[in-house]
Design a binder for this molecule. Structure first.
Ligand SMILES: Cc1cc2nc3c(=O)[nH]c(=O)nc-3n(C[C@H](O)[C@H](O)[C@H](O)COP(=O)(O)O)c2cc1C
Length: 185
């Protein structure tokens, strides 16, 4: 199974990117091949142009990775009560998959993660991501992960996961991704 992760910010040590990476690592431990498109990679994408212009190598890499994957993990920070522009621009580029035999995220599980400084933003942003995945014909896993970075400390100074509740949620989401992805792969 191939699992593609999309998400992160340009902040050094982005919690969003590390959380997406942690779900990918859990999937890899269960046998998946994984690829992460983190903040700096997403920042190399130009603003999405819907007019069928020549895509850059970075754009093509993301579109091909999603085209050939069996499952996804998408993470966004809550920015001003919603999905960040960096992450949404990458998702919009996947419009290039609209005419595929398996369009967009069709039939595939998508694990969702939000990191924000308050519970309200984690909730509304997670709901927005679920709406996006439904619009793109994907199947959000039952468990979405919402991390409040003000009241929770997901990672320790060594960069390892330090919160057992979050670690448990990551393992559970990865298990749901792998179980559903194996059925539809
Ligand atoms: C431009 C911007 C807007 C933000 N808007 C919100 C918000 O509306 N609600 C909230 O709870 N946190 C907000 N935050 C805080 C981030 O969501 C939070 O710090 C998040 O964990 C950052 O993710 P990162 O560690 O991946 O950079 C905002 C941060 C920035 C930089």
């Amino acid at each position: 199974m191939k699992v593609v992760g999309i998400g992160g910010t340009l902040r050094e040590g982005s919690s969003t990117e590390r959380l997406v990476g942690a779900v990918l690592e859990a999937c890899a431990r269960a046998g998946a091949q994984t690829e992460l498109f983190g903040g700096s990679t997403l920042a190399a994408l130009p603003h999405f142009d819907p007019q069928g212009v020549q895509r850059t190598p970075e754009e093509t890499r993301l579109v091909e990775a999603v085209r050939t994957c069996d499952a996804l993990v998408i993470g966004s920070p809550g920015y001003h009560g919603g999905v960040s522009g960096l992450v949404k621009n990458a998702i919009d580029l996947l419009e290039d998959l609209r005419q595929d035999a398996r369009p967009y995220f069709d039939g595939r599980p998508v694990g969702l993660i939000v990191s924000a400084a308050g519970w309200q933003a984690t909730g509304v942003t997670l709901a927005a991501l679920r709406g996006i995945v439904h619009a793109m014909r994907g199947w959000p896993t039952p468990l979405g992960i919402a991390v409040n970075t003000v009241v929770q400390r997901p990672f320790g100074a060594d960069g390892a996961l330090a919160d057992s509740d979050i670690a448990g949620a990551i393992e559970a989401q990865a298990a749901q991704i792998m179980a559903f992805g194996k059925v539809t792969a």
